[in-house]
Design a protein around this ligand. Sequence first.
Ligand SMILES: [Zn+2]
Length: 246
Amino acid sequence: MCERCVEDAARRTSFARRHVLQFAAVAAAGLAVAPLAPEANAKGPPPKPENVVSPDAALDRLVQGNARYVGGLTKRHDFKHEREPLTQGQNPFAGVLSCADSRIAPELCFDTARGDLFVCRVAGNFANDDIVASFEYAVAVLNTPLIMVLGHDACGAVDAAIKSIKDGTTLPGHLPSLVAALGPSVKAVQDQGGDMLANAIRDNVVRNVEKLRTAAPILKANADDKKIRVVGAIYRLQTGRVDLVS
Ligand SMILES: [Zn+2]
């Protein structure tokens, strides 16, 4: 067995052990654990061994990928040849909660390929129960070590929430549900002075980082044990740079 094979075998063993331990932790928390999906990597090696990394290494990969994107030096991705291994499962190295805004594309701005990011998107990038559940799946089943809440400059959803709350108007259709979700950030910054939209965007990121980090039992237990990190960042429309804020 060559050195590379030994290294890969060790990585696979560690991945399998971690998977079992994480489910033991979930079971200990009192949850009935059932197989969630065939792609849960319960058997066999992860399809992307290079994605089995620590939370800090995962964040570093996002930072490095964003630097390539900002500099116009993104990699040429081999989408064709990575299809086959990804039919066997997935082990994304980071989860991203992003706005639905068409100008924000996590896979592009971090220069990542398929199978690398577990992305949840909703206008205003806030974590409701469905989003929390989605990241619980990523962490408990797919062993994703990092979650990033990614806000962005000039967010239309946050701006609409500010206007609705300031003017006391009710938006049409289902839009009031966005206003309700973003309302706490709008109210938190309304007496701060300065750029209210920028302040609310930042507050919303920080607030949702905290919400995900403390979402019991799964995310909180993994964050407390330092098996995952939850961080916040803002995408700058002008430069494409992603600035960490929490
Ligand atoms: Zn937005």
